[in-house]
Design a protein around this ligand. Structure first.
Ligand SMILES: *[C@@H]1O[C@H](CO)[C@@H](O)[C@H](O)[C@H]1NC(C)=O
Length: 183
């Protein structure tokens, strides 16, 4: 049977707390307990003091971890946006060269182009405030798909566009999730 914390008598809880405190890495900073009749006593006040100190330290570390992670998300958005700059430009400008392409697709591509500009502007103003210069210049994957978008073989071109739009969809979903999480 497992005992939940609430079922443990408070004395046992205190002993558990004490043994954990002594096991903590920072044992050196824990003052010696008072020896009485050959036994070791640490006051409840001291226990609270140590627990409080450690909880504060852990909380500070977690806040730092969180703010560092914030930059990881921002940098990942930055990398994706930069990586898509040229491919998206080519995709939008060459999609109309596909034979029998529905007008709805062309007008959607135009909308993407317009909104892309606003997205870049908005995001650039965020990173100019938040990221340092060297953090903005992330390495990003180079794109080598232009030839397949311009292939003479119409079927190959259709596949190239299809695959590219699928990746675009994935990556911009990531951008959306990351930016809205950061918001
Ligand atoms: C998206 O915006 C960026 C930054 O303004 C620009 O470099 C890129 O060419 C734009 N893409 C399209 C498809 O307009």
């Amino acid at each position: 049977m497992q005992l939940s914390l609430t079922q443990l008598p408070s004395r046992t809880l205190l002993l558990l707390l004490l043994s954990n405190l002594l096991l903590w890495e920072n044992v050196a900073s824990v003052p010696m307990c008072a020896a009485r009749n050959g036994r070791c006593f640490v006051s409840l006040e001291d226990m609270f003091y140590f627990a409080g100190t450690f909880s504060h330290e852990v909380s500070v570390e977690i806040s730092t971890l969180f703010s560092l992670f914030y930059a990881v998300l921002l940098k990942s958005v930055n990398t994706l946006l930069i990586a898509w700059e040229h491919p998206l430009e080519h995709l939008v400008s060459t999609i109309s060269t596909l034979r029998n392409i529905p007008a709805a697709i062309i007008s959607k591509a135009r909308r993407v182009k317009e909104k892309n500009t606003s997205l870049h502007q908005g995001f650039n103003s965020i990173i100019s405030l938040v990221l340092r210069g060297d953090e903005k210049e992330e390495k990003y994957p180079t794109w080598s798909g232009l030839a397949s978008l311009q292939s003479k073989n119409e079927d190959a071109r259709i596949w190239a566009f299809y695959n590219m739009i699928r990746c675009l969809d994935n990556d911009f979903k990531k951008i959306d999730i990351n930016l809205n999480a950061l918001k």
